[in-house]
Design a binder for this molecule. Structure first.
Ligand code: GDP
Ligand code: MN
Length: 379
C-alpha cells in the first residue's frame, strides 16, 4: 500500500525527521486559508500516488495566499499520468540550496534493508542510477545493529556534505530508518532531502510503501489507505479475496495458486508474450469466484487473450471446468481463451471444456504458446 506525500512526511516526522509546516486542502479557498496561516509563501503540491509531479505541473510555488489559491485551482482536477488530483498539500516554502536523494528500501538479493543516497537528488533517481551510477551510494543495515555512525558519516562525506551537517544527516538517516522498520515499510524515500540556505536539512518530498501483509498490525497506516488512488479492479479483487495485480501485458492469466501463477507468467514471457496480470484464485473454483476473476481480467482493455492454468489437486478438474463454463455464462465477452487443465480428474474436465467448445491444452507450454499466438506476440 502506498501513502501520499503528506502521509509519508507526517509518518517520518513522528520519528523526528524534520519536515515543513503544512496542511492538505481540497479547494482553492482552503488553499488560500492554509497559505495565510503559513505566512503566504508556500508551495502547492498535487497529492497523487505517482512521482514526477513537478515536471507534470503538479508542484507550484506561490508567494501570496491569492497565488496559492490560483495554483490550487489549476492543480485540483488535473490529470497526472492517469491520476486525478483531488487534494493538494500546502507547505511552507523552503529556500533550497541543495537537493539530496535519501531512501531506505529492501535489497532482496542481500536480504537486508539498505540506505541509498545521492547528492544528485531532486530529479529522477532512475535516470541518475542509469547514467551516473557512481553518484549513488548504498549501505546495508544490519538489523541487529541499526544504522551506525560510521555508515551515515561515510554517506555524508561521499556526498560532499560539510562536516557541520553530518550530525543532522545522521539523525535524519537514523529516524527515517526507524520509521521504515516500525511501519513495516518496503520503501521510505525522501527526494529531495534539502539543505536550506542556512544549512538546515529537511524532507521536502516523501514517499512510503507499506507491506500489505503487515497492515493487520499497522491499523493507523491502514486507515490512511486512499481508495480513490487504487485501480478499480484491484479494489474489487481485494473485496472478493482474490490475489490480483494488474500489469502491462496483453495476456490475462487466471491460475490457482500463487506459485503456479508466477510460473505461468514466466512461461508466457518465455514464449515471447507478456502477462496482463497476476491472479491467484486460491483453492476451490466455484463458478462465482471464477466469474469474478474473469471479469477482473477482462476489465483491462489491453487483454487480447486469456490463459487459464489450473492444476487439479484437492479441487477436482471437472469441478473447475464446470466452474469455468458456468462463469462464462455470467460474463459477456468475445476475448479468446485457452484452458490448460492437469491433475485430478483432468480428463473429465477437459471433456466438459471440449463440449463447451473451449480451446484446451494439456501442457502449460502448449497453452502459453497458443495464448501468445492469439494475442499476437508481446504487448
Ligand atoms: P515530485 O516532482 O513529484 O518528485 O515532487 P517534489 O515534491 O519532489 O517537488 C519537485 C521539485 O519542486 C523539487 O525537487 C524542488 O526542486 C521543487 N520544490 C518543492 N518544494 C519546494 C520548496 O518549498 N521551495 C522551492 N524553492 N522548491 C521546491
Ligand atoms: Mn520528489
Amino acid at each position: 500500500m502506498n501513502l501520499h506525500e503528506y502521509q509519508a512526511k507526517r509518518t517520518f516526522a513522528k520519528y523526528g525527521v524534520p519536515i515543513p509546516d503544512g496542511d492538505v486542502a481540497y479547494t482553492a479557498n482552503e488553499a488560500r486559508e492554509n497559505a495565510k496561516k503559513l505566512g503566504g509563501k508556500v508551495v502547492v503540491k498535487a497529492q497523487v500516488h505517482i512521482g514526477g509531479r513537478g515536471k507534470a505541473g503538479g508542484v507550484k510555488l506561490a508567494n501570496t495566499p491569492e497565488e496559492a489559491a490560483e495554483a490550487a485551482a489549476k492543480i485540483l482536477g488535473m490529470d497526472i499520468k492517469g491520476f486525478t488530483v483531488n487534494k493538494v498539500l500546502i507547505d511552507e516554502q523552503s529556500a533550497i540550496d541543495k537537493e539530496i536523494y535519501l531512501a531506505v528500501l529492501i535489497d532482496r538479493a542481500a536480504r537486508r534493508s539498505m540506505i541509498m543516497a545521492s547528492a544528485a537528488g531532486g530529479m529522477d533517481i532512475e535516470a541518475v542510477a542509469k547514467e551516473t551510477p557512481e553518484k549513488i551510494i548504498k549501505v546495508h543495515v544490519d538489523p541487529a545493529l541499526g544504522v551506525k555512525g560510521y555508515q551515515s558519516t561515510y554517506i555524508a562525506s561521499r556526498m560532499g556534505l560539510p562536516r557541520e551537517q553530518w550530525k543532522q544527516f545522521h539523525n535524519i538517516v537514523t529516524n527515517l530508518y526507524a520509521s521504515f522498520v516500525n511501519s513495516d515499510a518496503s520503501l521510505a524515500e525522501v527526494n529531495p532531502l534539502i539543505v536550506t540556505d542556512d544549512g538546515m536539512l529537511m524532507a521536502v518530498d516523501g514517499k512510503m510503501s507499506i507491506d500489505d501483509n503487515a497492515l493487520y498490525r499497522q491499523p493507523e497506516l491502514e486507515a490512511m489507505r486512499d481508495l480513490s488512488e487504487e485501480p478499480e479492479a484491484e479494489k474489487q479483487a481485494r473485496a472478493a479475496g482474490i490475489n490480483f495485480i494488474q500489469l502491462d501485458g496483453n495476456i490475462g492469466c487466471m491460475v490457482n495458486g500463487a506459485g503456479l501463477a508466477m510460473t505461468t507468467m514466466d512461461v508466457v514471457n518465455l514464449f515471447g508474450g507478456s502477462p496482463a496480470n497476476f491472479l491467484d484464485i486460491g483453492g476451490g473454483a466455484k463458478a462465482e469466484s471464477v466469474a469474478t476473476a474473469l471479469k477482473l481480467i477482462l476489465s483491462d482493455p489491453k487483454v487480447k487473450a486469456v490463459l487459464i492454468n489450473i492444476f487439479g489437486g484437492i479441487t477436482r478438474g471437472d469441478e473447475v471446468a464446470q466452474g469455468i463454463v458456468d462463469a462464462l455464462a455470467m460474463v459477456d465477452t468475445d476475448i479468446p481463451m485457452v484452458v490448460r487443465l492437469a491433475g485430478t480428474n483432468a480428463k473429465e474436465g477437459l471433456a466438459i471444456l471440449a463440449d463447451a467448445e473451449m480451446e484446451t491444452a494439456v501442457t502449460l507450454s502448449d497453452a502459453a504458446q497458443k495464448a501468445v499466438a492469439i494475442a499476437g506476440g508481446a504487448a
